[in-house]
Design a protein around this ligand. Sequence first.
Ligand code: FHN
Length: 487
Amino acid sequence: MKIKLIFCSIALLLVIQLNAQTHNVENFKARITIPLKHGSDHPGKRTDEAMNRWRSHGLGQFIHWGVYAIPGGEWNGKTYGGAAEWIQAWREFPKDEYDNLYKQFNPTDFDAGKWAKQAKEMGAGYVIFTTKHHDGFCMWPSKYSDYTIANTPYKKDIVKQVVDAYTAEGIDVHLYFSVMDWTQGGWFYKTPTDSKDKAKWEEFKRFTRNQLLELLDNYPNIKGLWFDGTWDDSWVNESEFAHDLEKELRAKSPGIIIGSRFRADESGNRQCDANGDLIGDYDQTWERDLPVSIEQLHGNDWDCCMTIPENGWGYAKKWTTYAKTPYELISMISECNSMGGNLVINFGPDGKGNIRPEETHIATEIGKWMAVNGDAVRGVEPAGNIRKQGWGYMTQKGNKLFIHVYNKPINNILRVEFGRKTYVPGGVFLLKDHRRLKVEDAGRNKKNNRLFNIYLPEGMEVVDPFVVEVELINNTGDKDAYQQAKV
Ligand code: FHN
C-alpha cells in the first residue's frame, strides 16, 4: 500500500512537472528526450501576444539594401548572374574596390515613408530589413565599427528611418543581421586553433554581441531579429555562447521574436535540436521554397522568404533570370497561409533608394488583391488537415472558412471537402462583393468527410484569383466549439 502511495505521488509530481512545462505552449507531447543544455527552449508553439501577432500577419516584406546596390550586379561592364548582394564574394575584382564603395553611398532618393506606405498598401504586416549583410556594412551608425552609414556621404541612420516610418504605418519591424561578416576582422569559417586567431575570434564574438545589444538599445520598438550567415562551423560550434546571447537578447527585449537560424545545439544540430524540437520561435528553413504538405511542418510556426527573380535579394540592374508575376506571388500568399506560414516577399532597392518599377508594379497588384481578399489572409489558420483541393487553398478564422479559388471549375461548381462532421456551411458568399452563393449537400467521401457543392454565379467574369467565404454552422449546439473548429 505504502509503495503504491509513493508510486502514485511520483506519477502525480511528473504530471505536474509536465503541465508546468506545457504552460504557454501547445502541442507538447510527453516522450523520452535526450537531455540537452542548448537545445530548444520551448518545444511547441509560443502562444503569447507578440507571437500571436506575428502569426497573424500572413504577408511580410523583406528588404535587402546595402552598398551592393551601387554596382547592382555589374562590375566594369560585366554582369554577374546570381545574387547581387554576393558580388564581392565572386572575387573577380580587388576586394579594396568593393570595400571603398561606401564612400559613394548617397541614396538621396531614399524616403522611408514612401516605402512604408507602399508596403502598407501591399498588405504587409511586417518588414524584415537588412541592418548588416554578409559584407559587414552597417546601415546604422554602429559605434563598434567604422564601416557604417555614418561614414558615407549620406551619413544619416537608415535603420532608424525604416523603423520609425514602418512603425508609424502600423507595420512591425524585424531586423535582419548576418553573423558571418566578410569585412570586420575576426570572422572565421572554421573554429580557429591557433592562439592568435582564437583571440581574434573571441574579439569577433564580443563585437557581434555588442552590435546586437546596440540594435536593441537603439531601436526598442522592433519586434524581432532575423538571423543569417550562421551556418559555418565556427558559429555552429558556439552553442553555449549563442544560447547565452539569445537569452540576453530575450531578457533585454521581452517578447522579441527570433527564428531557428540563430544558433545550433551542442551537437551541431541547426534549426531543430537533437530531439527534433525547433530551436527558436519559428522555422526559417523555407527559403524560396514551400512545404508540399502541412505534415512537413511538424506543428511549428514558419515563414517563407521569397525572391522575385530566381535567387536575387539585393538590387541587380538587370534581372537575368525569370521574375515571378504578381499572380504567382499571390498564389504563394494563399498557399503559405493555408499551411499556417507567413510569406515574406523580398524587395531590393537601388543605390539611390528607389524601389524598382517592376517591384512597385508587383506591390500594387498584390495590394489590390489584398484590399479585397486580405480577410482571408490576415489572422487566419489552416483549415484543418484536409488534403489540397484542385481549385486552390483554404484558410479559416473562427467560424469563417475562406476558399481561395485559383482554378475555377468549368461547370461553375466548387466541390468542397469539409473534414469535421459537426460543421455545415451556413451563408456562402463571394468575398469581393458579398454575393450570396447557393450551396448543396453532396454527401460524404470514402473518408467520411462531408462534401458540399458551391454554385458560382453563371457567367462570372474571373480576372483574379477570388475567395469564397463560408460561415460555418455548428450543428452540435456547442457554442464554444468554433474555437476548435477545423473543418
Ligand atoms: O546568403 C544570403 C542571401 O544573400 C539572402 O540574404 C538570404 C535571405 O534569406 N539569406 C542567405 C542565404 O540563406
